[in-house]
Design a protein around this ligand. Sequence first.
Ligand code: C2O
Ligand code: CU
Length: 463
Amino acid sequence: MAGTTRRGFIAGGAAATALTGCGGLSGGETDATRLDTDSFGLTSVRAGETMFAFEPARPEPVPVWAYDGSVPGRGVRVTQGRTVRRKFINRLPEPSTIHWHGMRIDNAMDGVAGMTQDPVPPGGEFTYRFVAKDAGTFWYHPHTDATLSQLGRGLSAPLIVRETTPPDTDADLSLLINGFDFDAAGQIIDPQTGGARTARLLTINGAAPFQWRTKRGERLRLRLINGTVGQVLTLALQGMTGTLVARDGMPLATPQRGETVTLAPAQRADFLADITEDDGGQAAITGGGQRLAVLPVSGIRTRAQRPTPAPLPPNPMPALDLANAQRVSLRMEGGQVGGLTSALVRGEGRLGRDALAERGLAWTINGWAGMPEAPEFTASRGETVRITIVNANPVPHAMHVHGHHFREVGAGGLGPWLDTILIGANARAEIALNADNPGMWMLHCHMLEHHAQGMMTMFRVLA
Ligand code: C2O
Ligand code: CU
């Protein structure tokens, strides 16, 4: 359990709070004007190459790309309503940015290279500053033409916004899942260039498996984040009873009892989990055919049992006006099986199969491979938009909207607020959002290979 203490600091809410004393803020979190220096005392995020070992499964350090020297990065923890300010320092050999996934923030801080900002060159810096208006579980990662490669080599980190009055738990764990392929020499394979893989490893907070010591009767908050580049994961909690309290950062109005959840790439789920495993046993989290986390149970929590988890306090979500909504439809085509014969490419007109293949393009939204020349739709500020997404492929996609959360419009009513939705093979879904955040925003597949191969579009919200 050598890794537990160090990674506990990365993951543990209690541990993070303990660090507050050396971070300059002594628990004075009521002052909303203070920056989030309670978050490890850091004011920057530095991306660079380093060596990292995925212990205990792979004790040999391998070259990775990392935020602040670890995979995943230590991340940002801030209390709702506070301002996050982080100077991004790029020590990578190529341009990068930071996208704060799921955060409903100003367009200029969204981190999309070539759209909301210029890419930050090697050696360059960019200061991000935004208000954390929603409490919940978020994360960050690069957002350039090379997102697949950069995230796939290790660049991701949790962004945790705590409620001003968090639920009563014994530990608050952010659990960021990454997936890595290794070659015969034991090196990570860059998913953008590929190569012969010999092994695939899923990690939580850079460990395989992640370990956390607990007690029977303890209540843990588990903030699960699917940070893989393209793997849908069905996660199961063992040796504990679970209550799902939030999806994609947003509290569920009605928490759901249960111990499993399916997360598309980029999706998150918050559970409140009560350890039921006997003293001396092991609770666990499984997914993707692996034991992702083991929680050795030693001892019994003696204090009074807690009541059934209550809903988390709601975030300030806008209303949806379905009756007067603008209606839009997006059709996704392409892929290996879909076999595009031609597509529109920005600045180049219609290209045939070979020209598309040369450019690495294989997927389209409404006929465009890659970004269209004009926004797919424009909404006035505060307008509700209903988007029908049609998946004309035999593979699923994980569609992510920037700057906004949306709800699925289903037969049984509106689903939970999400920022990413899994759309099954040859399926369709209708989502509704309130276009309340001005700017040009991206909408794309978060299976990053599809993203790299053109499955993206954009929309504008007027000021
Ligand atoms: Cu998590 Cu467009 O990204
Ligand atoms: Cu996709």
